[in-house]
Every structure is written in C-alpha cells, then in structure tokens.
Design a protein around this ligand. Structure first.
Ligand code: FES
Ligand code: FES
Length: 163
C-alpha cells in the first residue's frame, strides 16, 4: 500500500496500482488530477512538472513507489486554499500567456518553484529555470514577462510593510 500526500490531502493508493506506475498516471488516471499533462512520457518536455517536497520534478519519470510519504503539489494545488489565484496564475492571465495551453501547467509549476527560491529572478534565472519546459507555441517571451510581473506583485506587500 502506497501513501502519498497530494495538494495537502493524504491519499492511499489502491492495492492494485503497480508500484512502478509513473506518478503522472497515478495523478491523472487514479486521482483524476488531469492538469498535469502527458507530453513525451520520457522526461524531456516538462509538461508533467509537479512539485515533490517543493522541488519541480517530471512526474512521468518517477515511480509511485518512489514518492511514498512525500508531499506532491500539482497545478490543481497552486491556487490558495480559498481559490485565490497564485500571483503567477494572475500574471499569466494578465499577459495572456497560453496559446494552445498544453504545456502551461508545467510552465506554471516550474515558475512557482523558481519564485520560491528566487523571489526577484533575473532574465538569466528565468531562462535557466524554464529552459527545460518546452512550448511548441513559443510563448516564452510572455512567460518571462509574466514571471517578472508576478515577482513584482509578490514583492509589493512586503515593501508596503516596511514603509
Ligand atoms: S511528459 Fe513528462 S517530461 Fe514530457
Ligand atoms: S501554449 Fe501551446 S505548447 Fe505551450
């Protein structure tokens, strides 16, 4: 029996789930969290990116058994508890980032991990953190602009407190 915690909720996986099943399939097919997308299934495209204990990982390339008792956050868990959008989601809307949208859950999860580690990232930081998340629609410039906007928006309350 495998236990995982997804978006703050403990989940016990059914006994008939093969422990070697990739996490992405567990999320999509068994927990019905279909925001994380299947792109390549081989760790190359980043469409399946989720957070594992806070770090971005490719959920297609890690076995369910290897994430037992760990905290997983998917795109469905990025917004606040009461549904308030993450600053990145807000910025994504403001910059009209998605085109077809297929890669965007992975983009947002990678960007969220970046902002947690570097609240005011440079262009180089963004390019480095996001380089492995492919977008066939070429939304990279809007992604970069949206990340800068979200960083600025997140910094505002802290600045206000000190003034
Ligand atoms: S689907 Fe996981 S990296 Fe492409
Ligand atoms: S928005 Fe279409 S693949 Fe990125």
């Amino acid at each position: 029996m495998i236990r995982i915690k997804v978006n703050g909720t403990a989940q016990t996986l059914a006994d008939d789930i093969d422990p070697a099943t990739p996490l992405l399939w567990v999320l999509r097919d068994h927990l019905h969290l279909v925001g994380s997308k299947y792109g390549c299934g081989a760790g190359f495209c980043g469409a399946c990116t989720v957070h594992l204990n806070g770090a971005p990982i490719r959920s297609c390339s890690i076995r369910a058994a290897d994430v037992a008792d760990m905290d997983i956050t998917t795109i469905e868990g990025l917004a606040g508890k009461h549904g308030q959008l993450h600053p990145l989601q807000q910025a994504w809307i403001e910059h009209d980032v998605p085109q077809c949208g297929y890669c965007q859950a992975g983009q947002l999860m990678a960007a969220a991990a970046l902002l947690r580690d570097k609240p005011s990232p440079t262009d180089a930081d963004i390019d480095s953190a996001m380089s492995g998340i492919f977008c066939r629609c070429g939304t990279y410039r809007r992604i970069r602009a949206a990340i800068h906007s979200a960083a600025a928006a997140s910094a505002k309350p802290a600045e206000g407190k000190n003034s």
